[in-house]
Write a protein that binds this ligand. Structure first.
Ligand code: FAD
Ligand code: NAP
Length: 344
């Protein structure tokens, strides 16, 4: 952790800092490794009247070519663990820690609960933003609290689970007061006893194929990594931001009406509503594998939009708009984009 002031850079190429690999340039950029550096950077932005983009790993962002104001890259590290009773542990991680590496570390220590979230790119600080989820586990299930800097008052505030208002790929920070808080540390309550969550068929099939009967969390972690590597494009090779749309929620009535018309419809109960697999809807509209110049729809998973090389945010949003219109016309369901377009 550095006590020195953070170094301000100008006209910075962000193509390696967003998983689409878009050729975005930041007017000003600063990499912060401590709370003190973060505070100074926020003050500097306010004094210059600069809009601020907080950047983690850039894996849930669609960046336009010019990023005005200040980009604050979060590189605040740190890992702490303290036992809570006999069976549990509180793990606190700096917001700049890499999510997947932190998971590997937790598993090595014998701390369990988040293994289904293996191989999700990005940082710890961004994970609560959309309550990351995969294979039947959401971050909130092991979440205890987080510390965030209030960019208006300069105070550090602690949020418990309730205050974070987690939802499906959603939180207070994403949709209630976007931009007001910058997360600096996240604490999880993990179990020292394995409690595997095995509700997803793909995971069950993969474990079965590996001959695993009572899986250890490390085996779940390895199985999730293997499935993801086989289905998802690696951003280092093909630019993407994972799922481009959220799975839409519809009422039971709408679900049943759609199911009658489309018996192969893929949907799952979600509270009183139903969650439709957005990838299936997009696939039915014929977009899977489609390319439009330098952008396209991934051929193995229609929910993933890709940059094939020299694509831009403008081209990608045009394709996304066509997909939304098509799905709406055919199914009467409106898809909502999951990553953040910046500037909006
Ligand atoms: P960034 O993209 O840098 O930022 C995302 C948002 O959070 C931005 O609005 C940014 O301003 C804000 N932000 C970042 N850091 C902070 C902070 N410290 N404080 C306040 N705001 C902050 N997501 C899932 O939920 N499940 C998945 O299974 C999944 N799989 C993926 C697979 C691939 C191949 C890819 C490319 C993406 C996937 N994602 C998934 C999306 C993405 O990885 C996650 O949302 C991740 O948490 C984003 O982290 P990041 O550090 O890259 O965030
Ligand atoms: P999949 O297994 O092909 O399943 C399609 C969709 O059906 C998923 O989106 C999932 O919803 C839902 N689903 C499947 N089994 C379910 C069950 N037993 N109960 C409830 N819902 C179920 O999905 P995939 O695309 O390969 O992704 C696998 C997992 O990784 C999913 O959880 C997905 O969210 C996650 N993932 C997320 C991103 C991202 O960027 N957000 C990118 C890649 C993968 P959910 O999405 O709600 O789980």
């Amino acid at each position: 952790m550095s006590a020195a002031p953070a170094v301000l850079q100008h006209d910075v190429n962000l193509s390696r800092h967003n998983s689409f690999g878009f050729a975005a340039r930041a007017e000003n950029c600063v990499r912060v490794e401590s709370l003190a550096q973060l505070r100074e950077s926020v003050v500097m932005a306010r004094e210059n009247d600069w809009p601020v983009l907080v950047l983690g790993g850039g894996s849930n962002l669609v960046l336009r070519e010019k990023i005005p104001g200040l980009v604050i890259q979060i590189a605040i590290g740190g890992r702490r663990a303290e036992s809570v009773g006999k069976d549990e542990v509180r793990v606190s991680l700096g917001a700049g820690e890499v999510w997947h590496q932190s998971l590997e570390w937790m598993l090595d220590q014998g701390y369990y609960g988040l293994e289904n979230l293996a191989l999700i790119p990005g940082t710890v600080g961004a994970a609560p933003m959309q309550n990351i989820g995969a294979y039947g586990v959401e971050l909130e299930q092991c979440f205890e609290s987080l510390k965030a800097l209030d960019t208006e008052s300069g105070e550090l505030r602690c949020f418990d689970r309730e205050a974070c208002r987690f939802g499906y790929r959603d939180s207070y920070f994403k949709s209630v007061e976007p931009g007001k808080y910058i997360i600096v540390e996240v604490s999880f309550r993990l179990s020292k006893r394995p409690r595997p969550v095995l509700g997803y068929q793909a995971l069950v099939d993969e474990l079965q194929a590996r001959g695993v009967v009572n899986p250890h969390p490390k085996e779940v972690f390895d199985a999730v990594c293997a499935i993801r590597r086989s289905k998802l494009p690696d951003p280092a090779e093909v630019g993407n931001a994972g799922s481009f749309f959220k799975n839409p929620l519809v009422s039971r009535g709408q679900y049943q009406a759609l199911l009658q018309q489309y018996p192969a419809l893929v949907g799952y109960p979600a509270g009183e509503d139903y969650k439709l697999a957005a990838g299936w809807l997009i696939d039915q509209c014929g977009f899977r594998g489609e390319t439009r110049g330098a952008v396209g729809v991934y051929e193995r998973q229609a929910l993933v939009l890709v940059n094939l090389g020299a694509g831009t945010a403008v081209q990608l949003i045009r394709l996304a708009d066509d997909i939304v219109a098509s799905v709406e016309a055919r199914f009467g369901v409106t898809l909502e984009m999951e990553p953040r377009l910046y500037p909006a």
